[in-house]
Structures are given as C-alpha cells and as structure tokens.
Ligand binder design. Sequence first.
Ligand code: T1G
Length: 706
Amino acid sequence: MPESELVRFENEGGIGVITVDNPPVNALSPGVPQGITAAIDKGNADPAVKAMVLIGAGRSFIAGADIRQFGRGPATPPPARRHYDVSDQSPKPIVAAIHGYALGGGLETALACHYRVAVPSAKVGLPEVQIGILPGAGGTQRLPRLVGPKVALEMITSGRHVPAAEAQRLGIIDEIVPEGQLKEAAIAFARKVADKRPLPVIREHDEKLAEAKSDPGMFDAFRKSIARRARNQRAPYACIEAVEAAVKLPFDEGIAVERRLFEEQVNSEEAKALRYAFFAEREAQKLPDLPRDIQLRPTDTAAVVGAGTMGGGIAMSFADYGYSVKITDSTKEALERGMQRIRANYETSVKRGSLSAEEMEQRLARIEPVTDYDALGDCDLVIEAVFEQIPVKQEVWKKIDAAMKPGALLFSNTSGINIDIMANETKRPEDVAGTHFFAPANVMKLFEVVKGTKSAPDVIATAMALGRKIGKVSALAGNTDGFVANRSRGPFSVEMNLLVEEGALPEQIDKVMVDFGYPVGPFVVSDISGLDIGYDVRQRRKAENSNYRGAPIADRIVEAGRLGQKTGKGWYRYEPGDRTPHPDPEVARIIKETVAELSIAQHDFTDEEILKRLLFASVNEACKILDEGKALRASDVDVMWLYGFGFPRYRGGLMFWADTIGVREVYNQIAAWHQRYGERWAPSPLLRRLAESGAPLREAKTDRLR
Ligand code: T1G
C-alpha cells in the first residue's frame, strides 16, 4: 500500500482526523511513522484545524512496531523527527482514539498524544518484554510519569494487556466512549479541548515519580520479586533499569538510556527466540492445504464423555470461556465424583483469589451432568475422554455414533491411540478427529488436533478454530503413535531413565533442566502427574512386546509404593502439605541395587551431556515425524513444546534451540551416539539431509500431512 494511503488526513469540521490504515493490526511498518509525522505537520500548518484525532482503521488502533522488521541487520537509528516527539511538541492538541489494541509503539504513540479516549473493549499495554525487548519509543519514560513507577513497572515487566476500564482508573485513558461511536466521540472530545491550554504533555510532568524518589529501594525489591518468573532472561531487568532511569534522570537522558538498552536487546538471542515463538504460534494456526475461507461447522454447544481428571478439566475449559457443556460418565457415582472434582478445582482457584465465588458458580452452572447419551445428541460437538483402553473406547464410540446428531463433530481426547480405531466404530469417520488436551486440561494451553485417515477438511479446520475459542493454542498433528507432542517427547523420557541407570541422579538431571529454564525438572514433573500412569503404559507395552525394555528403576520405584506427590514420595520425598522435592536415600538405594543387578556400567555426566542426551533425542524424533509427514512444520513441534511441555519460551522451542547449537553439530553428536548406544540413536534421514545442506531445523516443513 503506497506510503500516503498508510496514513490518511481528513479535515472534519476543523478537526484533523489522522487515520492509520495498515492491516491487519496497523503495525508501525515503514511508512506509517513517517505518514503520522506528515499528517501532524499538515494539521499544524492548516489554520482551519484546531485539534487532531489519531485513529486506526479496521479492527484496531496501533499494535506496535512491525515485529517483522526486527532482526533484519543492526538496529536502525531512529529518524531525526520521530512521530512521538512531533506529537507531544504539537502546538495543537492531539487525541488518540483507541479501539482493539494500543500495544507497544501503539501505546507509546498514544502516550505522546495529549489525550486518550477509548471504547470499553479496547486494551492497552507495553508487551515488548514478551518478545525479549523493552519499550523503545519513550514508553519507559512516559508511562511512569503518567501512572507512577510502581504501576509502570508491573505493566512493563508483565507486558499484560490492560482493559480500558482499568486503564482509565490508572489515568492512561481520559474518557471511555460508547462502543461503535469512537470517531464521532473522539472528534467531539477534540472540539472540547481544542482551546484548552496548557496542553498536558506527559514528559513535562514528574509529580508521579515522587513515589519512587521517596522509596529508593523499590527497584531492587522489584528485581527480587520477579526473579522466579524472569529466570535467566535479560529483558525484564532492562525494563526495570529503564524505568529507574525515568526516576533518576531528566526525560531526554532517560530516553537515551532506554534507547541504549533497546539496541542491546533487539538482536539478543533471547529476543530472536521470543520473536520466533511469536510468529511460530501464529503460523501453527495455518493449514496450507485448506482454503483460508473454508466453511466451519457450528461449535456453540459441547458435550464431554468421561468425567475423570481429563474429562472434568475439558468441561471446565469450555465453561471458562462461556460455553454450556454437558458431561456424562459410565455410572451416576462416577459422574458425581467428576462434578465434585470440578467444584473442588474451582474452589481452589477461589481460595487462591484467581476466581470470585460468584464467577465459580456461574461456570459450574454452565456444566450440566447428564446420565444418558441421548441427552448429548443435540450438541454441536462431543469430546470423548474415557480410559485409554481400546475395548472401552470402541464401546463408547458406538454409543456416541448412535446418539450424536448428523453433522456433529466427534472428537477424542486420546493421548496416543490411533484415531481411526475410534472412527471405524462410527458410520461417519469423516466427522472424527483427535483434540488432545494436556494435563491439567483447564490450564495447559496446547490443543493438539489430530487428523485421522478420513477426517474431513472442515472438521480439522473447525477443531483448530475451536482451540482458539477456548483460549488454547492449536497445532496440527498426524495420526501416528503418540501423535506429535508425546511422540517427540518419548525419547526424552527414555533418555532420562537411562541416564539414571548409567549414573546420573534424578536431582542432577532436574537441576540441569531448571538451569536451562524449565520451571521444574522432569522427575518432579513425573512426581506431580503420578508415576503410576507411566508404569501402566510400560506394563501394557511389555504385554504387547516382549522385547520392550521399559524402565526397570522407575518400575521398582512404583512397586515400592512411591507414586509421586500423591503418596508423599516418588523420585523425591515430600513433607505433608509441602510440594518441595527432597532427595531420598531410599531412591538412591533402589537405583544402586537395580544397576548392580543389571550390571550397568556407571560413569559421570557433565550437565551439557545430560542436556544434549535429553533434547537431541527429541530433536531426532521430531525430524522422523516431519520426514513421515506427521507434522507440517518444525515450528509446530516447537509450539507444542512451548505450550505442552513448558519448554522455556526465551529459548524459542526445541528445534529453534537446536539451531543455536547448529544442525551439523547436532547430527554429528547423534551419529556418534548411534555408534555408542545403538539403534535408538539412528539419525533421522531428514536430520542428515539438513546437516549436509546446513539448512536450519526450525524451517523444516512437509508439503502436506500424510
Ligand atoms: N508486527 C508485525 N505483525 C504483527 C504484529 C506486529 N506488531 N502484531 C500482529 N501481527 C500480525 C500477526 O503475525 C498476524 O499475521 C496478524 O498480524 C494478526 O495477528 C517501539 C519496539 C495485536 C493482540 O507485541 O499481540 O512496539 O499470521 O493472529 O490474535 O517500543 O497480534 O495473519 O500473517 O496475533 O487478534 C509490540 C503483538 C511490538 C503486539 C492481535 N507489540 N501482536 O491478536 O491476531 S514491539 C506487540 C499481538 C514495539 C516499541 C516496540 C497480537 C494482537 P498473520 P494475530 P490476534
């Protein structure tokens, strides 16, 4: 779109209306800042213009700088006349009219205006920290002067989107105007203030900084308060440093500090990884072999079969997003237990203060327990979440097929059973697909959509969209054992058990992964989810395949009655009511006895070797999955690891991280372990091809799902 049409200027009865029109989110792409500057100059030069309104065309105000421009070479020095400075030095008042989002450079643009009005549904924020940088256009200097350093620190280091009503209470928004009447109301507001002087220029007001001047320790205290969630990241601390400069230095010197910190961060590994994650997440929604305007099926009413831990969590996911959902189970008692568990989960949130008692009752009222399948029949979709046993699934799916209305979406939450087994129990396999939630289903954001052999395109497209509607991040997987997420994680679990057999202690491995950026280590995660789940899977595999080696140490831990946190002991020991893991000599004894019995050679491991054994095993498996056409993009695998397994976001994802090591080095190491450890480390053909070509792992794609 030519430069001039990115930003329009219209004189509406003496009010200069400046419209930014750069779909989809009016990002400050090249030409937009220049267009705003030119428009403001035009308004100031025209005596007929008394005041100006800055507004966004389409669905949003300005959603920030154009993130796609970052990382394209060294940070470009800002133009001599930045539109932010032109705006706050304007002799005529400028009113920012906000709908949709005013984020990052978008909010900074609004803060450089003299007034801000917004519709109730608008959101404002400075989310730069979420892409590994900090506000780079005055946000760290203007926001503390407007809302005070405390609120500014919280907003800038969290990057959260603040709803208009709260933004008004904080003093960011001057007036809330009726939904759908933004432009008219903003013009009226501009008329009202046209002659009001002096103009409220934020940079000239330091009063609000006093709260920090009288509490010099607040910045160090804040640094301590974010240490746990900011682990190993630099950007949150750069944000604090910049806000501190706002308190200690004059405006322009503070701006210089912000600029320096911004240029340090924008090309950092952390920022590159977080930018990659931002776009990978959006790319995962796209189904290249389906028309973008494919007709989706209705998903207004939902049903869940199975009121166990997963079924209950799935019902909560729907209720949390305003859906009415019916739930059933095989017996009245099981259904009642399921409803009690749902209420108990909500009560925990109320106790923690993350939910009001009133909201809890509203959500519970949306979940309707029913005792027979016929009551589910008129729902637009059903999600089956019963025991992961094929005979049980087959029996349930016959009932689902008999009960559900024609055209209903038939989904299974299985975490790895072949989708076609369920589909073949119906007369409409085209209406069947997998929708795999991760435990706890109402918390974890990953929504793995699994395409069965006969799943219809509109069923897959509707499932992907459904995930977003219930606040999840959807990603597509092919129908393979364990689908994409669990299958790619499988070798990680195998290696974690083998490392213990070869001499590494669970606490050493957990420390390596926590240092790497995980909130908790894999052995603590196992203790949280319960060791009996893995044990049952291993016993089933042993029964199916006598050569299956399994995990002898993990089995003995379980056979010793150590099922994890729920029994107060697992890989670790736990004090009653406390979740802190304590290494237990009893576990060390079980390990020692087992490896002696199995005569397994012991040796010491470096932290780096542990990290690479765990993650390279999964990188190799992810390449096999892509080679088989069971995932569309390597970046989809990364999205699954970020949202399904808590992979540290500032490392981008499994494949992105492997690229920071280098595809050749990854291949060479895996090939060496293939020689040393055997077939399980056989390099994937795709990995070998990429190592030969040097092409990055994160960009590996398949043309279509097979
Ligand atoms: N730059 C480039 N593209 C962007 C973009 C941006 N800032 N924001 C969105 N897009 C693209 C996105 O990739 C997708 O493209 C389409 O727009 C729709 O987005 C100077 C340095 C605004 C809440 O961090 O959080 O300002 O996939 O699918 O779910 O200090 O987009 O269709 O091809 O996400 O409705 C700070 C980032 C930048 C906000 C809308 N701003 N955007 O969510 O749509 S740094 C941000 C969002 C900065 C200054 C600094 C969300 C959204 P495609 P979408 P959505």
